[in-house]
Design a protein. Structure first.
Length: 320
């Protein structure tokens, strides 16, 4: 029996398609602008497991120094204190968190050659386009789900209009992030290249109505627009006010805006994109598959301890 060779569609190899689809799906994710490999990123990404075996990776979290320090000529170290030169220096606190990875995939199959003949558009390109869109939405959904577990603060009593965010509410949220009044922990802001410290506020579109109706909205929108070319954190932002970059997305839960700082989420990749094509029934049917090997978690203080608290995100209840 003779075998028939089937050429790869459109002259592109599977590897080339994989690279193209990866670039496309990353462009389509909401969180792409917040990703980075260092501790100054909202979504800290690690890729070590792409080059070595393993099913989990450990992220490090540095605590915040909270001591008052010393003034004037007061020495930090006293030889008499501990006999070894130790004195009033503050001890640094470090936490670590393990993120496990797993495979996630989806696929489509074109039923046969006649199905491709019946339509004026290219079913193969449609399959790749829709799988890319699914991959982007799936990764975003995993990150939104993790964020939903952030420590919560009820500010509904101070909200001017229940379920809607106003500029004064943003001031309250930032104050809570920097000077916690309850069970939440202080979250660290993102530091821009010029040393400016900012937070990012995520709103559901229904929560953003109050801002858009505000007489000040054009001003805060312009403030964000002027910054958009210099830093991708501002890309697509609703506005910038009081050191807070405001974004909206339907993935945020209505009634609970989320304020994010550095190291709010962890994203570990074992393989950022998996792509495959396969033929069935002597080449009559073609299947397409896309996937990823990854792990997503909300960053928390002292992982493993109950009620440890989220490290870089706080959600606010604004509904009375």
């Amino acid at each position: 029996m003779s075998a028939t060779s089937i050429l790869t569609s459109h002259g592109l190899t599977v590897n080339q398609w994989s690279a193209q689809l990866y670039a496309k799906y990353q462009e389509q994710t909401f969180f792409s602008k917040f990703k980075g490999t260092d501790e100054n990123s909202i979504v800290q990404v690690k890729r070590e497991l792409q080059k070595q075996p393993g099913d989990a990776i450990t992220f490090g979290l540095a605590g915040t120094l909270s001591g008052s320090g010393v003034t004037g000529n007061t020495p930090l170290a006293y030889a008499s204190t501990g006999g070894d030169g130790s004195g009033v220096e503050e001890a640094m606190v470090f936490y670590n968190q393990k993120v496990s990875i797993d495979q996630i995939r989806n696929g489509v199959r074109i039923a046969g050659a006649m199905d491709e003949k019946r339509v004026a558009f290219n079913l193969r390109n449609q399959a790749k386009m829709q799988l890319t869109d699914w991959m982007a939405r799936n990764e975003d959904a995993a990150l939104f789900t993790a964020l939903a577990g952030a420590s919560s603060v009820d500010i509904s009593a101070s909200v001017e209009v229940s379920g809607k965010v106003a500029l004064d509410d943003i001031v309250v949220m930032k104050k809570e992030a920097m000077f916690p009044s309850g069970s939440t922990k202080k979250i660290r802001p993102i530091t821009l290249k010029d040393g400016e410290e900012v937070f990012v506020l995520g709103l559901n579109p229904t929560d953003a109505v109050g801002l858009k109706q505000s007489s000040d909205y054009k001003t805060i929108y312009a403030n964000a627009g002027m910054r958009g070319d210099s830093n991708r954190l501002f890309t697509g932002a609703l506005g910038f006010y009081n050191g807070v970059i405001i974004h909206e997305h339907s993935g945020f839960t209505a009634g609970t805006p989320v304020l994010m700082g550095a190291q709010a989420l962890f994203l570990a990749y074992g393989q950022e994109i998996i792509y495959g094509e396969e033929t069935f029934d002597y080449g009559n049917q073609t299947g397409f598959m896309i996937g990823s090997i990854r792990g997503v978690e909300l960053a928390v203080f002292n992982d493993g301890v109950s009620n440890a608290g989220s490290h870089g995100a706080i959600k606010f209840d604004i509904t009375a």
